[in-house]
Design a protein around this ligand. Structure first.
Ligand SMILES: Cc1cc2nc3c(=O)[nH]c(=O)nc-3n(C[C@H](O)[C@H](O)[C@H](O)COP(=O)(O)OP(=O)(O)OC[C@H]3O[C@@H](n4cnc5c(N)ncnc54)[C@H](O)[C@@H]3O)c2cc1C
Length: 186
């Protein structure tokens, strides 16, 4: 699944998870670092596929239900649930209108939604924001304005994508700070 925040054109192609509380999974965790409350995100549920063309081709050769055709590219239960949203999508594909199929493709590949919120800090894997890096020494992480005061890891305004970058930052900044402290006490 591909998610994107429109204004900044930030995009990720990752897995998407439908949970009983809402959307989750890597795609949503990634885009959440950029999302601002009240703004929409756009989800392509079939990235890399020209779904409009694929459905038009299926219409010419198949009598299967639209949801069954869609299940080639989407999880079957998602295809079923999506097609249940409109009567025009609940029929054999050879009986579907061209406009209805084009609209179905557009909905699935440009699904725009405005999240009502997030699970907050309690469930967050990483926080955006924190102590401004410009206020710190890049060599030692010591505060420019307060000698002897150091900030490392999560509390600093450094946010990584999924993939271990936040651990890397926590460990690397800790090592740099520890080296500086050791040198200062020699
Ligand atoms: C569920 C989850 C999954 C994650 N998965 C990944 C991942 O796969 N890859 C990745 O790169 N990052 C991941 N992260 C992010 C990563 O864990 C953090 O970025 C990283 O641990 C930050 O390290 P830190 O040492 O700065 O802070 P922390 O690990 O939060 O350590 C701070 C420590 O300070 C202690 N503390 C707090 N207040 C006080 C106090 N007043 N006195 C004494 N001690 C105190 C806390 O108990 C804690 O032990 C994940 C985070 C979560 C929550």
């Amino acid at each position: 699944m591909a998610t994107g925040v429109k204004a900044q054109r930030i995009e990720f192609q990752e897995d998407l998870l439908f949970t009983h509380r809402g959307l989750s999974g890597p795609a949503v965790l990634q885009i959440s670092s950029y999302w601002q409350p009240g703004t929409p995100i756009t989800i392509d549920l079939a990235p890399g596929i020209d779904l409009a063309a694929a459905l038009a081709q299926a219409k010419a050769r198949s009598r299967r239900w639209i949801a069954n055709e869609l299940a080639q590219w989407l999880p079957a239960r998602l295809a079923d649930t999506w097609c249940a949203r409109q009567a025009a999508w609940q029929r054999p594909i050879n009986e579907a209108g061209d406009k209805a199929l084009a609209q179905l493709a557009e909905h699935l590949q440009r699904w725009e939604l405005t999240p009502t919120g997030t699970e907050g800090y309690a469930k967050a894997e990483v926080m955006v924001g924190g102590v401004d890096t410009r206020a710190l020494s890049s060599q030692t992480l010591e505060a420019q304005a307060q000698p002897g005061l150091y900030f490392i890891g999560e509390v600093v305004d450094v946010t990584g994508w999924l993939g271990g970058y936040n651990f890397q930052w926590a460990w690397a900044s800790a090592a740099a700070c520890a080296d500086a402290l050791a040198a200062a006490t020699q």
